[in-house]
Structure formats: structure tokens, C-alpha cells
Design a protein around this ligand. Structure first.
Ligand code: GDP
Length: 307
């Protein structure tokens, strides 16, 4: 199975939740029972309002697993947007076909472009009577130019979608009624994760979670090596301090659920438990040969002082 790691970036209300929900349903990732549970958790999310912690979703399509890492749709959490974007190989930029580019669209686009990610533009809500999809594509292109996008980033594919009605098209005239063009574009356009299975283990924690049964859980991307349940490992903090530990539980994602596994390949997004202390930005590294990944810099200064 091959892996694609993406984030969906959007201004709030442009349809991120609806799109991911529909991708889950149409990919056949979920059995009927699971499907009901997904809807429940999305409803809960809506009640709580804004998403603060990143959620992870994995969608199975053909022989691919598409890990979708959620990003908060609020600029107060800029450090979190950045660290999520460092875990993915491409982004779906979702823009409302009527509203067009909004402040948060600009904020997340700037981050994604500066990290060198290749975006796929999804113009959503094309079913709205006042939708102007062509204008929105032009607006996004101009925004990219203003933000010094590379040639490659400027050649972004465009998908016209109605997440609510569950369809995506490559051309406005197509009368397609499913999301297959979107899945196919993700497969063809988003780069495969880099890294080597043979190299010493290196994975980086980008989100923390807690479970009453297993305790502290770290969500991480495997950048090198293969991670195995039961492995002894070194944990290297962002300040360079090294601790020892053992991976007692290992999970990958399926739909919105965590699935316990014995090992996970390079490139995958996993959850691990067993460590007394885990912090965002920590590298979980090979026991014999611990090499840290570059820090995630989660605290961002809001003002710069020049002396
Ligand atoms: P998020 O904040 O980006 O996660 O946005 P949601 O997925 O919660 O969607 C915000 C609102 O837009 C909801 O009322 C959705 O039903 C609606 N919506 C989402 N996709 C579409 C679409 O394709 N067409 C229309 N007309 N409404 C949509």
C-alpha cells in the first residue's frame, strides 16, 4: 500500500468538514456502522465550534492510503498550522466559489507556499446560484503570484466541487456526480513521502493526545525507518535532551479511528504510547543511532523587535 499525506486548508465555513466527510463515505473506507460514528463525531465537533487540536483521518482509495491531517481554521493557532503543514506532502486548498479568497485563505496559503508544498485548488460550493468559479480561480492565481509561488506551484490543478452534493469535476461542463476526479488528482499530483525504510528510525511528534487506558499518546509522522511495536527508542527533545523509552502501543488510522498495528512503514502517520514524557516537536529515534529531525518551532513571535 502506498501513502499520500495531505492537509485541507481553507477559510472557516468553506466546506472542509463536509468535503472530508464525503471523501470518507465515497472512498468505501467505512463500513456502515463506522459511518454513523463519523457523523456523530463531526456533529460533536460542530457543537464545540472551532477545531483546536489536529484530527487525523485516513482514507483508503485503490491501493493508496490518504492521510488527511486537519488544520485549525483560525489564525490564532498559527504555530499549529505550520507544524501540520510540515507533516504533509501537499495540500487541498478549498475556496468557496462565491466568497472567494478570504483572510484565512491568505494566511494558510502563505504558509503552504513558503514550505514548498504543491496545492490542489478545490473551488467548492459551485452549486450556489451566485457562484463565480472562474473568478475565484483567477483570484487564487493572483494571490499565488503575489506570494512569489514557484512555477510548479502556479501550475496547480483545479477541481470544481460541491462537497454538499458529493461531486467534483475537472471542467465545469462535466456532468460527473462523484468525487473520483478529486481522488485521482490527489493520487497523481501529491508527491509520495520521501525517506528510507532502511535508515534508522526517525519520527516526529506533531500532536499530543491522552487516553485513560494507555496514557499519553503522540501523533507522529515516520520520516525514516520502520516503526515497530515493542521497540526501544530514544526521544530527543527540541532542546537536544535525550530520554529513553519503549513503544508499547502503536496505531495507524482508518477513517477517524485508530487501529492497533505491529508496525508501520516510512511515510505513515501513526500514534504511539508508552513514553512517560512526550512533547510536540520531539523526535522518536533509533535506540543505537539517535538523530534528531529539525525542530518544529511551535512558538511564533507575534512581533519582531529590531535593535
Ligand atoms: P468548514 O468550517 O470549512 O469545516 O465548513 P463546513 O463543512 O462545516 O461547511 C460550512 C457550511 O457550508 C455548512 O452549512 C455546509 O452544509 C455548507 N456547505 C459545504 N459544502 C457545500 C457545498 O458544496 N455547497 C453548498 N451550497 N453548501 C456547502
Amino acid at each position: 500500500m502506498k501513502i499520500k499525506n495531505i492537509a485541507v486548508i481553507a477559510h472557516v465555513d468553506h466546506g472542509k468538514t463536509t468535503l472530508v466527510d464525503e471523501m470518507l463515505k465515497q472512498s468505501g473506507t467505512l463500513r456502515k456502522l463506522e459511518e454513523e460514528r463519523v457523523l456523530d463525531s463531526f456533529d460533536l465537533e460542530r457543537e464545540r465550534g472551532i477545531t483546536i487540536l489536529s484530527k487525523n483521518t485516513a482514507i483508503f482509495y485503490k491501493d493508496y492510503k490518504i492521510n488527511i491531517i486537519d488544520t485549525p481554521g483560525h489564525s490564532d493557532f498559527s504555530g499549529e498550522v505550520e507544524r501540520v503543514l510540515k507533516m504533509v506532502d501537499g495540500v487541498l486548498l478549498l475556496v468557496d466559489a462565491q466568497e472567494g479568497v478570504m483572510p484565512q485563505t491568505k494566511f494558510v496559503v502563505r504558509k503552504a507556499l513558503s514550505l514548498g508544498l504543491k496545492p490542489i485548488l478545490v473551488v467548492n460550493k459551485i452549486d450556489k446560484p451566485a457562484a463565480e468559479p472562474d473568478r475565484v480561480v483567477d483570484e487564487v492565481f493572483d494571490l499565488f503570484v503575489d506570494m512569489d509561488a514557484t512555477e510548479e506551484q502556479l501550475e496547480f490543478p483545479v477541481i470544481y466541487a460541491s462537497a454538499k452534493n458529493g461531486y467534483a469535476k475537472l471542467n465545469l461542463e462535466d456532468d460527473n456526480n462523484d468525487l473520483l476526479p478529486l481522488f485521482e488528482t490527489i493520487i497523481s499530483h501529491i508527491p509520495e513521502p520521501s525517506g528510507s525504510s532502511d535508515a534508522p528510525l526517525q519520527m516526529q511528534i506533531f500532536t499530543l493526545d491522552y487516553d485513560n487506558y494507555v496514557g499519553r499518546i503522540g501523533i507522529a509522522r515516520v520520516f525514516n525507518g520502520i516503526v515497530k511495536k515493542g521497540m526501544a527508542a530514544k526521544v530527543i527533545g527540541q532542546n537536544g535532551e535525550i530520554r529513553e523509552g519503549r513503544i508499547t502501543k502503536l496505531y495507524t488510522f482508518k477513517g477517524l479511528e485508530r487501529l492497533e498495528v505491529d508496525e508501520a512503514p516510512v511515510g505513515d502517520i501513526v500514534a504511539v504510547a508508552g513514553f512517560e514524557e512526550l512533547n510536540i516537536g520531539d523526535t522518536i529515534a533509533d535506540y543505537e543511532n539517535p538523530v534528531p529531525l529539525s525542530p518544529l518551532h511551535i512558538e511564533e513571535p507575534t512581533i519582531s523587535v529590531f535593535i
